[in-house]
Design a protein around this ligand. Structure first.
Ligand code: GAL
Length: 661
């Protein structure tokens, strides 16, 4: 359920007028109109003002602001401020303060200073949210409820006494009887057999490694506690204001490791994502694209909301590099290209005080006589021109497997190499596909993947039997699956599948692995095609698969590094190392074999994405780029194109209706 208003693409962001004198509100509304801002998130950190004392709710100040915005034609996503419980509340209930893995109770003075499992926090949350719902249920400006802020970041796991109580309940509910838990956790190892539920603790800091199955379950449990805290609020709001969508903003789909967004997405009416560039990475627009593609994917392909990004610099990286002219525009339109129906920012006006005063805003400290403000106004005009994009979908022929549980499990302690990380492998494949101008979806390994020509599974370490069967069926029915090393190794309890690795995928890949040969830190190996690779080598023993490339040197010289196994109507490919050169060529073999359509001959710096009938051409490079075969009308200047379209350096062109270039 997408918010009905504003029409077209929503534009605006977090608005914190409580930081400013009343007159500034007047100026803000005038400026919002000038820029075309039509949606703001309000109240995000205002619990202390909304409830100045226990059960004493004060909404008068907020009414005035919402009414004024409404008169100005600006809609409101009203935030429940539970990410910032007030000082008086924490002083009365110090037991809500989260405890770290090391056993340190955090103090008040930041935000997210209450544990999602703490009964007093849940009770106060319910009271406040009910009061808000009752007060604002009929306000015409309130088009959406925005619950909390970025669950899981920075507070992922909590180790307080309330968490441990809830954890034992969760375990009882999940395993029913203790022997099932003992078996699932393999507690005979290191003599950890439990004889009573009360003996089980959270996986606290330890002088050695904690039982990995215990840690993995704690990640599941902790994420679920935040979801319960969210659902508590959502259910109250749905009851009081039926038909008004409820959401919460993800702390960056690709960056918030602690939240299983496949599960979260089911609980939301509309998926909302935040994304901040890693300022020092020169090609950080690729990370942006990946975050947006993952947001669209967890939304099931439906339009989603970019809830936060930045107009310029952030303030929390080691070096907070300001965006260059045109960069905010490219970033914003790239999100729209990849399925967002909103372009929202943190925040409207740069703060004068507090922790984020050096963070950019749409209205900078320099005021409106600034390049930044002129870009803000221009972006508003661009988004009005793109109103017709709203609701349309992005198609993809290729998918990458992304499973948070596998991510968590892979990065527990004592793996064969510290260089085995989930993001490193996913990023490598995503980047290669991005440079090939291939749009990708992300998928859970148990989901319906039958519609994709190619599915890539990078380091799918944890794979349940059911997921492995799903992949098997996909290949047999004609799909192309490309699996990279250290996949299909363990089940949902981090227990190795029986027999030789990769237990869950042996038959599908037509091979087994005799031995892992992790490489030294800077060591590389060479493949027979001249490709150089790092991190990993292993002894692959084909049993049906054919070698496409052998290792030319290293511990597995003369043995397969890249294989294919034709199975049923499809092919399962396996890559047993991490190429630093040549990954694109290896990948291209798979894409060509599967007839994946993609534009040829375009420079890597040109991002081309199709959304509905619109073609987005984003030039991240320093040279003009001419794209052949795009015909239609350019939405920003109304120019008709029949054939080549030239996109200036740093510019964005969006053309409506065209054949494939
Ligand atoms: C986000 C957060 C915002 C703001 C922003 C600054 O993670 O949700 O409230 O702090 O970062 O970049």
């Amino acid at each position: 359920m997408y918010p009905e208003r504003p029409a077209g693409i929503a534009y605006g962001g977090d608005y914190n007028p409580e930081q400013w004198p009343r007159e500034v509100l007047e100026e803000d509304v005038v400026l919002m109109r000038e820029a075309g801002v039509n949606l703001v998130s309000l109240g995000m950190f205002s619990w202390a003002l909304m409830e100045p004392g226990p059960g004493r709710y004060a909404f008068g100040w907020l009414d005035e602001i919402i009414d004024r915005l409404h008169e100005g034609g600006v809609a409101v996503g009203l935030a429940t401020p539970t990410a910032a419980p007030p000082a008086w509340f924490v002083a009365r209930h110090p037991d809500v303060l989260p405890v770290t893995r090391e056993g340190r109770r955090i103090g008040f003075g930041g935000r997210q200073s209450a544990c999602s499992s703490a009964p007093a926090f849940r009770e106060a949350t319910a009271g406040l949210v009910r009061a808000m719902g009752e007060h604002y249920r009929d306000h015409p400006a309130v088009v959406m409820w925005h619950v909390h802020n970025e669950y899981g970041a920075p507070l992922g796991e909590c180790y307080c006494e309330h968490s441990v109580t809830a954890w034992r309940d969760w375990l009882r509910h999940t395993y029913r009887d203790l022997s099932a838990l003992n078996e699932a956790w393999g507690t005979t190892f290191w003599g950890q057999t439990y004889t009573d539920w009360s003996e089980i603790d959270a996986p606290r800091a330890n002088h050695t490694v904690i039982n990995p199955a215990q840690s993995l379950d704690y990640a599941r449990f902790s994420d679920g506690q935040h979801r319960e805290h969210y659902a508590l609020q959502r259910d109250i709001l749905r009851e009081l204001a039926p038909g008004v969508p409820v959401t919460t903003n993800f702390a960056g789909t690709v960056n918030c490791k602690s939240a299983d967004l496949w599960q979260w997405a089911r609980e939301l009416d509309v998926v909302a994502n935040d994304h901040y560039l890693k300022a020092e990475r020169p090609d950080n627009h690729i990370d942006l694209a990946m975050s947006a593609d993952l947001a669209r994917s967890v939304a099931g392909g439906a339009p989603w909301m970019l809830m936060e990004h930045s107009a310029g610099a952030v303030n929390w990286q080691p070096r907070n590099i300001a965006k260059r002219p045109g960069e905010m525009r490219r970033n914003s339109l790239a999100h729209v290209a990849r399925g967002s129906d909103s372009v929202l920012f943190f925040q409207w006006r740069a703060s004068r005080f507090g922790a984020e005063k050096f963070h950019s805003g749409l209205v900078p400290h320099a005021g409106t006589d600034s390049e930044q403000w002129r870009e803000v106004v221009r972006l508003g005009a661009d988004l009005r021109a793109l109103a017709g994009v709203r609701g349309s979908r992005v198609g993809a022929e290729v998918a990458i497997v992304w499973d948070w549980e596998s991510y968590w499990a892979l990065e527990l302690d004592w793996r064969p190499s510290v260089d085995l990380t989930f993001r490193e492998r996913v990023d490598a494949f995503y980047e290669a596909l991005w440079r090939e101008h291939v749009t990708v979806d992300f998928v859970h390994p148990s989901s319906d993947i039958s519609g994709y020509r190619v599915v890539v599974a990078p380091s799918s370490y944890l794979l349940t039997e059911a997921s492995a069967k799903n992949l098997h069926r996909y290949v047999e029915a004609g799909g192309n699956l490309l699996v990279s090393y250290f996949s299909g190794i363990v089940d949902e309890h981090d227990t190795v599948h029986p027999g030789a690795h990769p237990g869950a995928l042996r038959e599908l890949l037509g091979l087994s692995i005799e031995e892992f040969h992790p490489l030294r830190e800077h060591e590389t190996v060479t493949l027979a095609g001249g490709e150089r690779a790092r991190v990993w080598s292993e002894r692959v023993r084909p049993a049906g698969a054919r070698a496409v490339r052998d290792f030319a040197d290293g511990p597995d010289a003369g043995h397969p590094a890249f294989t294919r196994h034709d199975l049923g109507a499809g092919t399962a490919w396996y890559l047993a190392t991490a190429p630093v050169t040549g990954l694109r060529d290896l990948l291209a073999q798979v894409l060509d074999h599967a007839n994946v359509s993609r534009p040829r001959g375009l420079p890597e710096t040109l991002e081309l994405v199709r959304r509905g009938g619109h073609v987005f051409l984003i030039n991240h490079g320093e040279e003009p780029v001419t794209v052949e075969g795009v015909s239609g009308t350019s939405v920003f200047d109304g120019v008709r194109h029949d054939g080549p379209v030239t996109v200036a350096p740093g510019a964005v062109t969006v053309v409506v209706a065209s054949p494939h270039p």
